[in-house]
Design a protein around this ligand. Structure first.
Ligand SMILES: NC(=O)c1ccc[n+]([C@@H]2O[C@H](COP(=O)([O-])OP(=O)(O)OC[C@H]3O[C@@H](n4cnc5c(N)ncnc54)[C@H](OP(=O)(O)O)[C@@H]3O)[C@@H](O)[C@H]2O)c1
Length: 158
């Protein structure tokens, strides 16, 4: 799972992100490239196109949804079965809130960006117990003219 959260676990507003941190976007690209990405239909809408060099999997309750360059599933568990059968080593859940909530108990790793942001939001990351994870790869980034301060870490399920 990969997510960027504010101080109160804010993740989005008006079907958009709450900040623009280009270094974090580059990191997202690096982590997800070559791996299947799993997202909710609204997150796909907010991105607006399939992301290149990745298998784009969209979860929707609409069985007739057909999006070029993407695979649509109505059952989030069927996605995991399909990826296991295909021998995929790592797939990455990229949001949003409904999808994070569904997969959180199942994920082995969270690529976590924590942003010094506190403000209006309409979607949030679920509460989770950090003691279930060990932390690695911590990196801190200072505030710049263009972005708030943020911290990156990888949480591995114990
Ligand atoms: N900060 C971050 O890292 C981050 C990452 C990703 C997204 N976001 C933000 O999060 C927001 C979008 O997230 P969201 O929570 O509103 O929506 P979402 O989770 O991306 O998508 C919700 C949609 O997923 C489908 N869905 C959900 N549960 C399902 C289930 N059990 N079975 C089948 N389909 C299911 C439904 O699609 P249908 O309506 O088509 O049936 C539902 O409307 C945006 O603001 C975006 O910018 C932030």
């Amino acid at each position: 799972m990969i997510v960027g959260i504010g101080k109160n676990r804010e993740i989005g507003k008006g079907n958009d992100l709450l900040w623009h941190i280009s270094e974090d976007l580059k990191n997202f690209k690096k982590i997800t490239s070559g791996k299947p990405i799993i997202m909710g239909r609204k997150t796909f809408d907010s991105i607006g196109r399939p992301l290149p060099k990745r298998r784009n999997i969209i979860i929707s309750r609409d069985p007739s949804l057909n999006i070029e360059g993407c695979e649509v599933f109505t059952d989030p568990d069927a996605v995991l079965n399909e990826l296991k059968q295909a021998g995929v080593e790592e797939a990455v859940v990229i949001g949003g809130s409904f999808i994070y909530e569904y997969y959180l108990p199942k994920v082995d790793r969270i690529y976590l960006t924590e942003v010094e942001f506190e403000g209006d939001a309409d979607v949030f990351f679920p509460k989770f117990d950090r003691s279930e994870f060990s932390v690695s790869d911590e990196a801190y980034f200072e505030e710049t003219e263009n972005s708030p301060a943020w911290k990156f870490s990888v949480l591995n399920r114990l």
